[in-house]
Design a protein around this ligand. Structure first.
Ligand code: MG
Length: 370
């Protein structure tokens, strides 16, 4: 008689009541999933071509089992028709299913999450990061080790300077003194004023992000060649995401690499973009998690593209999640948690721009005291 049949047959029933409950609890996973939204306050009003704001609401998932809790975060992107509310509703709807899964089978769990949730990429990212944090803690290993990377290979992250008046830009550049490379948002009418203000403060290398803001291919060429003279190393997304046909016309007339960002959301986008760009900007919030981000990095590498790992404005949870993949990439823009004043966690550290990954299990996050 099998052990379970023996239980069911009622042998030693009084003794087994407790034992059977234990066995059955072992058969289900006992995983608990909680969701929440946090309002993150920006240190400076944040302006890009797309928007201007003083705070961001990001979405968090906590996965608990065996006395361990994994935490994940995703920063919803309005452009992709998602918000903290829609992500919360989407993840809550699958909690009964999620709580029946075995988090150790994280790849299988995330495949199920991708089947069950439409859109809401930041919601998927929060689940994925929470799962990986839990798995790392369970396996007593930092998450970056699960990807087989060397933490010594993390690149330097840029610090981003948002579009602003000249004196505010100069102040932001002074505050970013510790960062060896800066990223400047361009694509509005005051590009010369912004770059001029940056150059009045520093000679550091710059990277530029137009966020689709240039008005034509001719303007893009003129601006990019001017930016190169200002010490800009590469530029992100000069034209609208859908415009691929003009990209090679531009690339024949400029010297610095052009990186796709808004055009590049998911692994399947990359083969289509490869003939038109020099590299892609992978963001965990856009693609739906570390596993999908890893796929994008591999896809881009297979196609000979440069890889940048970027972020949205978010706390140390999402940034520390993304940071686990940075030893695999060329360029890094993971400054989102440094743009806010109420980060609820301490995670990846940044020393003179270099990302320092923790050796603690999981993401190694520590809650900050309020
Ligand atoms: Mg960008």
């Amino acid at each position: 008689m099998k052990r379970r049949d023996w239980f069911r047959a009622g042998a030693a029933a009084p003794l087994m009541m407790g034992l059977e409950a234990e066995v059955l609890a072992g058969a289900s996973t006992g995983m608990k999933v909680a969701t929440r939204t946090r309002r993150l306050n920006l240190k400076h009003t944040w302006t890009t071509v797309m928007s201007s704001s003083q705070y961001r609401d990001t979405f968090y998932v906590e996965i608990s089992k065996d006395g361990l809790t994994g935490v994940g975060e995703g920063a919803p992107i309005i452009r992709y028709k998602e918000s903290a509310e829609t992500c919360d509703a989407a993840v809550k709807a699958i909690v009964p299913w999620l709580e029946q899964q075995d988090p150790r089978a994280f790849q299988k769990v995330m495949a199920g999450v991708f089947q069950k949730i439409e859109g809401n990429w930041a919601g998927k990212a929060a689940v994925d990061i929470a799962l990986m944090d839990w798995v790392g803690q369970k396996m007593q290993t930092p998450v970056w080790r699960l990807f087989g990377v060397d933490k010594a290979d993390t690149p330097v992250t840029v610090f981003s300077i948002g579009i602003d008046k000249a004196e505010v830009v100069r102040q932001k550049v002074r505050e970013a003194e510790a960062f060896p490379v800066l990223k400047v948002k361009v694509g509005l009418d005051n590009d010369e004023e912004v770059i001029g203000a940056v150059r009045a403060e520093t000679k550091k290398p710059l990277r530029a992000d137009a966020n689709e803001g240039f008005k034509s291919k001719e303007q893009a060429v003129e601006k990019i060649n001017w930016l190169e003279k200002q010490g800009v190393e590469f530029i992100e997304q000069p034209l609208p995401a859908a415009n691929l046909e003009d990209m090679n016309w531009i690339r024949k007339r400029v010297h610095i690499p052009i990186i796709a960002d808004e055009a590049c959301l998911h692994p399947a986008d990359i083969p289509r973009l490869a003939p038109h760009f020099d590299g892609v900007n992978v963001k965990i919030d856009k693609c739906g998690g570390l596993l999908e981000g890893w796929r994008m990095i591999q896809m881009a590498r297979a196609l000979g593209l440069k890889v940048m790992l970027g972020c949205m404005v978010s706390s140390s949870v999402a940034i520390t999640g993304a940071a686990q993949l940075t030893p695999m990439v060329d360029y890094c823009d993971l400054d989102g948690m440094m743009l806010i004043s109420n980060d609820p966690y301490e995670g990846v550290l940044v020393e003179r721009g270099k990302l320092i990954l923790s050796d603690r299990p999981g993401l190694g996050l520590k809650p900050r005291k309020a």
